[in-house]
Design a protein around this ligand. Sequence first.
Ligand SMILES: O=C(CO)COP(=O)(O)O
Ligand SMILES: [Zn+2]
Length: 210
Amino acid sequence: MTEAEIRDLLVELGASLFARGYSVGSAGNISVRLPDGYLMTPTNSSLGRLQADRISKLDKDWNHVGGDKPSKEVFMHRAVLTARPEAGAVVHLHSTYATAIGCLAAPGESAPIPPLTPYFVMRVGRSLPVIQYYRPGDGAMEQEIHAAAKGARAMLLANHGPVVSGKNLVDAVYAAEELEESAKLALMLRGQKARELTPAQVDDLLSTFG
Ligand SMILES: O=C(CO)COP(=O)(O)O
Ligand SMILES: [Zn+2]
């Protein structure tokens, strides 16, 4: 895809996430890896009303080179994209159910959502590390997120929200949506004897689709 097509797709998917309540107000941010740098949603922008030509552009060294001022969470996106060379995009949301799990789970936990459905396993994977609380935009989070991203496609920031990567923008958005639905299921089924996928079923999914 050309950069112009990716910008348009970012606008479209941002609006779609916003319209369905995955983000509200100016919450959340998205980054995409390009051959010559990165695209990033501007700080304080609503995912519902992004403008293609105002999306921030950063060069390969993460210097701001075009568009509006980038998200204050550049550190978070840089942490994931440098830890996972195979990742092409990162989606950070404050989506309600995943954030709720991030308020219940203990920092350091690695699987706060059980493997209930195949698509959660296929898109998010086996581990979902819970990162300790940092103030939004605090560069101190970079090291911990970088370390966690080496072994996980997605993570939950305690009391804040999910950070999800994918091989490209569409993939990262799908994974963020699947994570939110699984968090919702996990909370609906909390305290009940829900059947989980077995370790063998999880292995089978990951070896087939991982
Ligand atoms: O989600 C957010 C902070 O964590 C939104 O921040 P930005 O508006 O700077 O992207
Ligand atoms: Zn946030």
